[in-house]
Design a protein around this ligand. Structure first.
Ligand code: PTJ
Length: 262
């Protein structure tokens, strides 16, 4: 049931995201457990104050630096990510000139095709937008050149078995740096083991993906993607040594501090 949410509602963004998941499930493009995954995310987001924390911002800055210096970056998306942040990630891919690959835990050809067709239509919408501030190339061409992969996998993620290991050589297969929102722990581990830099976006700081990643952004995917775009377009300073455990500890301490608000 679609309910009109007034602009004044303090949790409008969160309720609209929930509706996107409901609609995606009705269309059959999301995993049956998509709502459970979303609910877990919402619970953590609530405890994190439903905003990008300072430590998440540091992780986004680090992610931007690594994606910019990567030789072959790629953005991997699953069902939830496409419906929540498809357009945001197309903007990021256009600026990085990198492909987006649909890579699913619960893979079926129907879901892959359905998600690719949403991304194709998102690409058309994004191409019609004004180019983001700081981007000095031709916007329409940059957006149109974003390759959407995943339909015809011709490679496998080393160390994984089954349909979730299937990938495209020109995307996840040969990338050196991968942005993987809402990732599954085994795949994250396998990607790290195969020598790739793995940038995870996950609201749960204690998930196996969060703990195993090279850079963990503990933030909501659509919020994080907007900030990531700005960071990629800015002249960020070089990073020093990256301590990923520190951002995880800081996210946990934000959650612990939320108890002091009452
Ligand atoms: O589309 P598929 O087949 O690849 O399946 C995707 C899901 C997400 C259903 C599947 O990967 C899954 O079951 O994921 P998990 O194991 O529930 O993990 C999802 C993680 O993402 C959890 O740690 C959540 O806290 C986190 N999360 C959920 N929503 C968001 C989020 N993190 C960032 N932004 C969100 N919007």
């Amino acid at each position: 049931m679609m309910v009109e949410i007034p602009d004044s509602h303090p949790r409008k963004h969160s309720l609209m995201s929930r509706q996107r998941i409901v609609d995606g499930l009705a269309k059959g493009i999301l995993a049956d457990s998509a709502m459970i995954a979303h609910g877990r995310g919402e619970a953590f987001d609530y405890l994190l104050g439903e905003k990008t924390t300072d430590s998440a911002r540091l992780a986004i800055e680090e992610a931007a630096r690594r994606l910019k210096r990567a030789k072959k970056p790629v953005i991997s998306v699953n069902g939830n990510t496409v419906v929540l942040a498809g357009k945001e990630l197309i903007r990021v891919a256009a600026v990085l000139s990198c492909p987006i690959e649909v890579n699913l835990y619960y893979r079926t050809p129907e879901r892959v095709n359905g998600l690719l067709s949403i991304l194709s239509s998102d690409k058309k919408d994004v191409a019609r937008e004004l180019k983001p501030e700081g981007f000095d190339r031709e916007w329409v061409a940059a957006v149109e050149s974003v390759e959407l992969l995943g339909e015809n996998p011709d490679a496998q993620i080393e160390g994984l078995e089954g349909p979730r290991s299937l990938c495209t050589s020109n995307g996840i297969g040969e990338c050196d740096t991968i942005l993987v929102p809402l990732e599954d722990g085994d795949r994250c581990e396998a990607l790290v083991m195969s020598g790739k830099e793995v940038i995870v976006v996950d609201l749960n700081p204690l998930s196996r993906s969060s703990i195993g990643a090279t850079v963990t952004i503990v933030d909501e995917i659509s919020r994080a993607a907007d900030i990531l775009l700005k960071e990629i377009l800015s002249d960020g300073e070089n990073s020093g040594k990256w301590d990923n455990n520190e951002v995880i500890r800081r996210a946990l301490s934000t959650i612990a501090d939320s108890m002091n608000t009452i």
